[in-house]
Design a protein around this ligand. Structure first.
Ligand code: NSP
Length: 217
């Protein structure tokens, strides 16, 4: 069995919880309060910038030049494609003020940056995979189950359910499988643990946006 098939089984309960969470349900129905979406978008802007830095770092640390190129392109995509989505929502909703980084965003960003900088590069690749794969699955799930034809969050849904994003996800999964095939069992286990941690953080990211969670002090 491929490593990606094994790890998806591990995080299946987390994924189920994600698609059942109110943030995702309301995003799908177009009823998510704007304030919660704006909070999410503002946090996601911090996230994307640092996610892109982590991807570029993984690219720089990859031994195989085709993997290096793929990760450098992923970094570019995170900045160019996803930022375009952000910019259009920022303009549409007049989101200009710079908010502070929430505790969950702070934790997620630092988890990705430290893993990318200090852990084995294959572990870092596994840590960023949920950022691609879970978004693709959630985007597809929402797209297939949408009831309302008029949804203010349609651009978000179309981005992650789209073919362009799908290509990136397939590529990232294939690289992880190739890398995992050449790893020892204990390295694979570290990859799996990193994948599970990032999947938990994906859940927390949406959950904290729904609760508008911020520092208490
Ligand atoms: C928190 C988070 N995770 C993943 C993605 C999709 N790259 C995102 N935009 N934001």
């Amino acid at each position: 069995m491929k490593w990606t098939a094994k790890v998806w089984k591990e995080i299946e309960p987390i994924y189920r919880k994600i698609i059942e969470m109110p943030f995702i349900e309301e995003l799908q129905n177009g009823t998510l309060p704007l304030e919660k979406f704006q909070f999410y978008m503002a946090q996601d802007a911090f996230y994307l910038e640092n996610f892109a830095r982590s991807l570029a770092l993984i690219g720089a640390r990859s031994q195989d030049t085709s993997h290096a190129l793929a990760f450098i392109r992923f970094a570019e995509g995170a900045i160019v494609v996803e930022k375009a989505l952000h910019d259009s929502y920022f303009q549409e909703y007049g989101l200009t003020e710079r908010r502070s980084i929430s505790p969950t965003t702070h934790h997620y960003i630092h988890f990705l940056k430290s893993t990318s900088a200090l852990d084995q590069v294959e572990v870092a690749m596994a840590a960023v995979l949920p950022c691609f794969w879970i978004y693709k699955e959630v985007g597809d799930y929402i797209y297939k189950n949408q009831i309302s034809a008029k949804n203010p969050y349609q651009k978000w849904i179309n981005t992650y359910a789209g073919e362009e994003f799908e290509e990136l996800v397939i590529n990232a999964k294939n690289i992880c499988d190739e890398i995992a095939d050449n790893c020892t069992e204990s390295q694979q286990e570290l990859m799996t643990q990193a994948f599970i941690s990032a999947s938990r953080l994906e859940f927390m990211f949406w959950d904290s946006a729904y609760r508008l969670n911020n520092w208490e002090l």
